[in-house]
Design a protein around this ligand. Sequence first.
Ligand SMILES: [Zn+2]
Ligand SMILES: [Zn+2]
Length: 400
Amino acid sequence: MTGTGQADGAPRVIRTDAETADGLSKCSRCGATQIALNIGTGMLRCSFCRHEWSTPGANEAFGLDEGVGDLTGITMGSGSADLVPTAEVVLTFKCSACGAEIVVDTASSTQARCHWCRNKLSVNQQVPNGAVPDMVLPFSLPKEKAVEQIARFVRKRRFFAHPRFREEFNPENVLGAYLPYMVVDVNAHASFSGQGEHQTRRYSVKVSEDRSETRYDADLYDVGRDFDLEVHDLAVVSSRERLDQRSGTSNNVINAIRPFDLENAVTYDSNYLAGFTSERRDTDVADLAPIVDAQSTDVARHVADDTLGFYGRGVRWDDERLTVKGQRWVSAYLPVWLYSYHQTKRDGEPMVHYVAVNGRTGAVMGSVPINYPRLLLTSAAVEVLGIVVGTIVLALGALS
Ligand SMILES: [Zn+2]
Ligand SMILES: [Zn+2]
């Protein structure tokens, strides 16, 4: 498998914050700066005059739904650029209403209120510290719905759950968080080769007086699949902590609640984040490229497997080659409702359990501390979290 090799030098950059400015982001009707997401409509709403509006769709604004088959090298949104380690996380800028110097700590928020004139100030221009992405997918699932989903998820697993978890479970402690993702389109060519068996005959053979065996005849074929592959909107978590398997099960949980309806992402405005928490991206394209390559190869394998009906006795691939011709990377904040629970295991190791709900679809997944004695007694099957590849394969070349 080849990596994200670049034929023609530096990445091409799509500028995604050209229209933005830091400072007062005002309601166009009354001039107020108290603006927040109305989850019911998915639009921004002025808290004073109730005027609602939305920022433009990211696909249309940046041409993200086009030309995957023509991608060569790396194309990336300006909000996906490599992080600069020395970039300031705490920004100071002038309030454009009263001139006061205002400090915004972008580690936790991209907004602050001016202490002097009470206006709300927003950071919308990209800083190379990962705080401002290319686009955002606003929450559309209300908190009550997320709480219901989490309560149902935990109820189903109640019997196996650790008694302490059951006692302390309080679904009201659900927080809305925008988690950082990279959304990647991949233009690739796949070449698979191996051997497959097609059964030609099945019959019984008498091996002794009272015993017979079933035998099969099969033809062995050399099998090859050679096709162009477009992977659209592969979403990969871009927070180191969420990627880290050792920090608990959050990575699996966060993967399992995909897919997100990324076609509805809009151009970034920090007002969408008001009232929610957010985490900064702390990884670069190069850090995530191996994950994207592995998931693209998985997609290619699925596509190839769908064409192997003739080989009823299976195909074994000896060579799986994915040549990446081009990729487009866009950074995004995606909406997740999170319930977290801190457990201290018997060996004293701390472990954080999460139940996460997709803030768009309501898909829920989580890990619940298990009461092992009870689990062993009942020998019930434990649900295994599969890594679901949340991708859509839109176009395929000729399958040979
Ligand atoms: Zn207004
Ligand atoms: Zn001010």
